[in-house]
Design a protein around this ligand. Structure first.
Ligand SMILES: [Fe+2]
Length: 372
C-alpha cells in the first residue's frame, strides 16, 4: 500500500520541479510516496500506471477521467433554434514542451472527436512562450481534422498568445472565427450572437467597439462617471471592497448601460474573467473565460492560493453570476510557470444550453453559484 510520505519528501519533490522543470526526476512519479486518490471516484486509489499516463505533466490527484465536464445551463432568452446547444469550451493549453504538448493534443482530441458538438469555443493561451507557435498550430490543425462541430470553431486569443500566432492563424486557419472585439450571428437569421473580446498582447480589448458591433449604436469613447475603471490596455482593473452585509471582499457594482439592452442572446468569449462586470453592463447572457487555471495549485476544498487576476480567490473557477450574466470560468487544460496542478484537475466544460430561468438570483454583486 502506498502511504503519504513525509512533508520533507513532498517539499523536495516540489523544489526539484521548480529548479529543474524538465528533468527526468519529476517524471518518475512512482518515487514520490503519496497516497493518490482518483479525484472523481473518491476512495479509489490511482495505480502507478494511471500516474504514468499523466501526459508528462504532474497532476495530483492524477486522474483525467472527469476532464470533459458536463454542465447544464438555462437562459430565458435562448432562441428556440438553439435549444439544447452543445458547446465545448477549451482554454489555456499553454503548449510548450513538444513531447508533452503532443500528448496533450492527442488527449484532448481523442476525447472530443467522438462527442456530438454544436460549437467549439476557445478562450486563449494556446501557447506558453514565444517560439511555441508551431505547437499551437498543430493543435488547431488536429482540432479541425478530427472534431466536427455543427456551428464551427470560434476563438479569442489570450495574454500568452503572440502577434505571430494571430498572423499565422489568420493565414493558415481560415475556418477559425477569430473574434476581435466584434459580434456576429452564430446562425444566419437567428437572434443568437457570438462575440469576442480580445486578449491583451495581440490587440487591445475594446468593450465599446464590441457594444457598437452588437447594437449598431456608435462606439462611445468615454465611459460614464462611476463605470469600471480601465487600464490603457489589457483586462479592466476592478474596484473591490468589503461587502457591507457579509464583510467579505466583493467586486464593487459598475454603472449600468441601459443602451446596451436588446433581445438577442449573446455568447461572449473573453480570456480574462475580470470582464464580467462590463459583460453584465452590456447585458451579455453567457461569458466563457479562462486565464486563472482555477488557481492551478490549490488547497483541498477548491481553495486557490493565487489566480493572476484582480478577482477574489473564491471566483478563480466556477459558474459565476453578476446581474443577468452567467460566466463559466474554467480551470483550463495546461499549466504555466510551474508545470504542475495540485487539487485542480484539467477541465473542458461541456455546456448544454436550454431555455429556462437563469440560475441564482439577480444581484449587483458577483456570486459563484457553482465553484469547481
Ligand atoms: Fe493561461
Amino acid at each position: 500500500m502506498r502511504t503519504i510520505g513525509s512533508l520533507s519528501t513532498w517539499r523536495s519533490a516540489i523544489q526539484a520541479n521548480i529548479q529543474q522543470p524538465d528533468t527526468p526526476r519529476l517524471r518518475k512519479r512512482s518515487e514520490i510516496q503519496l497516497e493518490c486518490v482518483d479525484y472523481h471516484a473518491p476512495g479509489r486509489r490511482a495505480c502507478p500506471e494511471a500516474m504514468a499516463r499523466d501526459n508528462g505533466h504532474f497532476q495530483w490527484p492524477s486522474s483525467d477521467t472527469g476532464m470533459l465536464d458536463p454542465i447544464a445551463l438555462s437562459f430565458p432568452r435562448l432562441p428556440g433554434s438553439c435549444q439544447g446547444l452543445r458547446v465545448a469550451h477549451l482554454s489555456d493549453l499553454h503548449l510548450h514542451h513538444p513531447r508533452r504538448a503532443r500528448r496533450m493534443i492527442n488527449l484532448i482530441i481523442d476525447r472530443l472527436a467522438p462527442t456530438k458538438l454544436d460549437l467549439v469555443a476557445l478562450t486563449g493561451d494556446y501557447m506558453d512562450k514565444p517560439g511555441d507557435e508551431p505547437l499551437a498550430l498543430e493543435f488547431f490543425e488536429a482540432l479541425e481534422r478530427r472534431v466536427r462541430p455543427r456551428l464551427g470553431f470560434h476563438a479569442v486569443l489570450g495574454n500568452h498568445d503572440s502577434p505571430e500566432l494571430r498572423r499565422r492563424l489568420i493565414a493558415q486557419c481560415p475556418w477559425l472565427n477569430i473574434l476581435d472585439n466584434q459580434a456576429k450571428p452564430l446562425i444566419e437569421g437567428s437572434s443568437m450572437i457570438i462575440a469576442g473580446l480580445d486578449g491583451d498582447i495581440t490587440r487591445e480589448a475594446d468593450p465599446m467597439a464590441l457594444m457598437a458591433s452588437m447594437t449598431g449604436l456608435p462606439s462611445h469613447t468615454e465611459r460614464e462617471p462611476g463605470a469600471t475603471p480601465r487600464r490603457e490596455s489589457g483586462p479592466p482593473s476592478l474596484s473591490t471592497g468589503p461587502d457591507p452585509q457579509s464583510g467579505r471582499e466583493q467586486i464593487m457594482p459598475t454603472a449600468q448601460r441601459p443602451d446596451a439592452r436588446r433581445h438577442s442572446f449573446i455568447l461572449l468569449l473573453a480570456h480574462h474573467p475580470t470582464w464580467l462586470p462590463i459583460a453584465a453592463d452590456l447585458d451579455i447572457d453567457l461569458m466563457l473565460s479562462g486565464h486563472t487555471h482555477g488557481g492551478q495549485i490549490r488547497f483541498p476544498g477548491k481553495r486557490a492560493i493565487y489566480n493572476s487576476t484582480d478577482f477574489p480567490l473564491r471566483f478563480s473557477a466556477g459558474l459565476l453570476r453578476h446581474q443577468n450574466t452567467l460566466a463559466v470560468v474554467t480551470r483550463g487544460i495546461g499549466e504555466t510557470a510551474l508545470p504542475m496542478r495540485i487539487f485542480c484537475p484539467r477541465q473542458v466544460p461541456m455546456l448544454t444550453c436550454n431555455h429556462g430561468p437563469l440560475p441564482g438570483q439577480f444581484t449587483h454583486q458577483v456570486v459563484n453559484l457553482q465553484p469547481w
